[in-house]
Design a protein around this ligand. Structure first.
Ligand code: NI
Length: 138
């Protein structure tokens, strides 16, 4: 962490009370830590708006591997985007259901496109892109 600067923040009392309750509920040690976290979340969101920014995301998908051809389709897609998909975790949840977590690094626009393609694949029960960061600028 860089130099720490203290500053005052003016806020309506009701809002501050709610924020303090949330801070406690989420187990932050103090308001400052909660505020830093909010600021970093906002900065990561901004990073993702720059479509050519190199960033990192994870795609989580759940599917039934007995569904017609889905394993082949997913494998083909993952080979096609092997430059961006840098790691993959596969968990056999039960006799039918599989969970995969793919880690992607690349331009935000490309990661979003890959996520859209994977999640829209026929037979996917649930899919979600988590947008995070390379961490270089936070
Ligand atoms: Ni499996």
């Amino acid at each position: 962490m860089g130099n720490i600067i203290r500053f005052g923040v003016a806020m309506p009392k009701d809002l501050l009370n709610k924020f303090d309750s949330l801070t406690l509920k989420k187990n932050y040690p103090n308001r400052s830590q909660a505020l830093r976290d909010l600021a970093r979340c906002a900065l990561v969101e901004e990073e993702w708006k720059l479509e050519n920014k190199e960033t990192v995301g994870t795609i989580t998908i759940v599917y039934n591997h007995h569904f017609k051809e889905i394993s082949d389709v997913l494998t083909d897609l993952q080979h096609h985007y092997c430059r961006e998909i840098i790691s993959c975790l596969h968990v056999h949840l039960d006799r039918e259901n599989c969970l995969e977590v793919l880690v992607l690094k690349g331009r935000s626009r490309k990661i979003k496109d890959i996520a859209d393609r994977l999640i829209a694949t026929k037979g996917i029960k649930h899919g979600k892109l988590i947008r995070t960061t390379t961490g270089k600028e936070l």
